[in-house]
Ligand binder design. Sequence first.
Ligand code: DAH
Length: 356
Amino acid sequence: MSDDLDALKHATLASLAEATDLRAWDAIRVAVLGKSGSLTALLKELGKTAPEERKARGAALNVLKTELQAAIDARQAELEAAALEARLAAERIDVTLPPQPRAQGLIHPISRTMEEMAAIFGAMGFEIAEGPDIEDDWRNFGALNIPAHHSAREDMDTFYVPAPEGEARRRVLRTHTSPVQVRSMLTRTPPFRVIVPGRTYRADHDATHSPMFHQCEGLVIGRDITLGHLKGCLIDFLRAFFGVTDLPVRFRSSYFPFTEPSMEVDIGWSRKTGEIGGGTDWLEILGSGMVQPKVLANCGIDPREFQGFAFGMGIERVTMLKHGIPDLRPFYESDLRWLRHYGFNPLSPAMLHEGV
Ligand code: DAH
């Protein structure tokens, strides 16, 4: 092979080896074999070659062309394979990674309020106590100093359940969470602090009353519990729950058979705008008082040694006020549109990390 062909061959093979992608490879292909490529030019010049040299030159050029074409094709295959490898590596999917959690259900506002109450009172050293929805008459009324024929029984529109065979005490669907006060005093050793979030029942049904609703009871028993403790505890709770640090709180003298003295607790709000803590109006939120000594005695606690305070509030009511929910009925209707609007995302950071 003549020197010029040899030089072209080596130069082409060297630049092919240096080409690291298909774009560089294609530039070489065009520069050698394209219409105005160097080898194409040599082939075109063949006609000008002296006739005695033409045959040998033609044969040499053809050999070179075949050789270079093969080298170009081989490099193309290599570069295409490398490009595919690179793409597969870049687009690799790790099938062992756990999927991102997707929140599906939402927390019902009632559950959310109960969780918030548990968090706030939990931070104050309260434990959660529970009792059954079907109670006996004595725990729901008698032990709480609500004797038979007391008007409070009618006020509460009680659902009665027949006494089980062979038992004297008839049962009721508990009309309040207060019977769990009785259960707590009978089973715990003072001092103790409990809250009782749970279901309650009254035969009453309209826009602001449901036959099944929820309350949260509280009971603190100790040797030197005073009205001051009651007030401090409830003021702190209400300010934390509504998220208003200077929320006005008012204690108003009232009557409950199971407390003496008894107080209703109001918070400041604006009747016009519904703003909690704003305006000059008062809104009743809680019933409370110092546990009536007879109730302590009924539950086996010596009133000369121990005293305490108790409180109870409606969970729906505080939830509606806090979140501006106007109607009670949709709480129990399982309407997805309502739930999506008022529900809480269980995976939201606020839900996961909050101390409320
Ligand atoms: N049980 C009362 C009710 O259902 C609420 C209540 C008031 C509970 C005063 C208490 C309390 O523990 O001290 O209306």
